[in-house]
Design a protein around this ligand. Structure first.
Ligand code: URA
Length: 451
């Protein structure tokens, strides 16, 4: 960032807002000036909110998207991890409900010898956030300074933190603002947000998990593919190997939603247990991480290696080590009772017999936010203990009275609202849905691929 460049001196946020509102194309200077002024605190939230909404409604050209990504990337430090041996590979998801794959993948790929420098975000809108999940582990510190980030990476091969004041600070501010101003769902803003953080990490390769379906920001596959291509192109332009998997988010991933509950499910998967959809997706993404990390010749071999690392306990050991190095209580990994627990629970029963044909995924995410598992305003804190456990998912047969889901809560009024949303989310019909959605829809950009 160069806060004293001549272009920033004559910059007026109102001009940039108006230009975008009217469908104009912003110059690199205008975008850079806005990002820099906001990062410094010179342009207020309300003006940037207006600009973000104009971008959501008007879109951006490829040149504007590249300029925004660059400006956000250069708002802070770009790490140089070349002194650490081995390829540095990260994975990032565009956000979903019950998506806890990052917590499985960082230690799993590190156990295989890939270096995983992971900078993640908090819950956004109805989706959960990796940092919020990690913070459900008592003591876990996601705010490590860069020097400690390097130390943990060097010691155990993976480290998971949030944006620091040093790394992509512009995204940290913009992300929090978008969360509460209805300005998340723009492929251009999502691309710049994700890629600026990822490119600042000093990675060689990146595996992207682009979600599609009712719980994703990109509801249909066409929009997800557009975002995937935008991100692959942006990464390649910066000389990185990037692959994007378009994966299903038409129902929550796994059975548990809520920060501490999701940590429990992560540990299950790292023990070789856990729900099949979550386990399969983790293995597929790990296969790509190992392949791009140069430790397996093919993706299929990377998957097999990952299975072995789970079976031997090496991946779980790595997770325990990372938790400890980041200040977390490693006993929670072996004894989930040490994780935060909600005071109350209530179970939702099926009103009739039949098959679950739909689970309105976004509504389930919103129900978790309402319980306190996510934020409705920027300054809200999250309750790590609350959440939802699904007992029946799409395709399952149910009998009248069967438990469909359990809500874990700490506030009665919130639980009542969440329950209503959850009830409305389940659709039960006499026959199963004819089409089964695949877990992995498509793969975009196949760098050095050998399947
Ligand atoms: N994840 C991010 O990091 N940024 C977004 O904008 C959306 C999902």
């Amino acid at each position: 960032m160069n806060p004293t460049s001549p272009s920033t001196q004559s910059f007026r946020a109102i001009d940039v807002i108006r230009k975008k509102r009217d469908g104009g194309e912003l110059s690199q200077n205008e975008i850079e000036s806005l990002v820099n002024a906001y990062t410094r605190g010179d342009t207020p939230d309300y003006q940037v909110s207006a600009w973000l909404m104009a971008v959501v409604l008007r879109g951006m050209t490829r040149a504007e998207t590249a300029a925004l990504t660059d400006a956000m990337l250069r708002s802070g430090e770009v790490l140089d991890l070349s002194s650490l041996p081995g390829k540095k590979v990260d994975k990032h998801s565009t956000g979903g409900v019950g998506d806890k794959t990052s917590l499985v993948l960082a230690p799993l790929a590190a156990a295989a010898g890939v270096v995983v420098p992971m900078i993640s975000g908090r819950g956004l809108g109805h989706t959960g956030g990796t940092l919020d999940k990690l913070e459900a582990i008592p003591g876990f510190n996601v705010n490590l300074p860069v020097a400690d980030f390097r130390r943990v990476l060097k010691t155990c091969g993976c480290c998971m933190i949030g944006q620091t004041a040093e790394i992509a600070p512009a995204d940290r501010k913009l992300y929090a603002l978008r969360d509460v101003t209805g300005t998340v769902e723009s492929p251009y803003l999502i691309c710049a947000s994700i890629m600026s953080k990822k490119l600042a990490e000093g990675i060689d390769a990146l595996v992207l998990d682009v979600k599609t379906g009712s719980g994703a920001f990109m509801k249909n596959e066409k929009d997800a593919a557009f975002l995937a291509e935008l991100m692959v192109e942006t990464g390649e332009r910066m000389g990185k190997q990037v692959v994007a998997l378009i994966t299903d988010m038409d129902q929550p991933l796994g059975n548990m939603i809520g920060n501490a509950l999701e940590v429990v499910e992560v540990v299950d998967v790292l023990r070789g247990e856990g729900p099949e959809d979550l386990r399969q997706l983790c293995l597929e993404l790990a296969g790509w991480m190992l392949h791009l990390g140069g430790v397996s010749d093919t993706v299929a071999e990377g998957k097999r290696q990952s299975e072995k690392l789970i079976a031997s306990g090496a991946a779980l050991d790595k997770f325990r080590q990372m938790v400890e190095l980041q200040g977390g209580d490693p006993r929670t990994i072996d004894d989930p009772k040490k994780l935060p627990h909600a005071e109350h629970s209530m179970t939702l029963s099926s009103p009739k017999s039949g098959y679950v044909t739909t689970l309105q995924c976004e509504q389930i995410g919103t129900a978790c936010v309402i319980l306190g598992g996510g934020r409705e305003r920027k300054e809200d804190s999250v309750d790590p203990a609350v959440g939802i456990v699904l007992h029946k998912k799409v395709g399952d047969a149910v009998s009248a009275g069967d438990p469909l889901a359990t809500i874990y809560y700490n506030a009665e009024a919130r639980a009542a609202r969440a329950r209503q949303l959850l009830e409305e989310s389940y659709r039960i019909a006499d026959a199963p849905a004819r089409e089964k959605r695949p877990l992995i829809h498509r793969v975009i950009g196949k760098p050095g691929e050998k399947n």
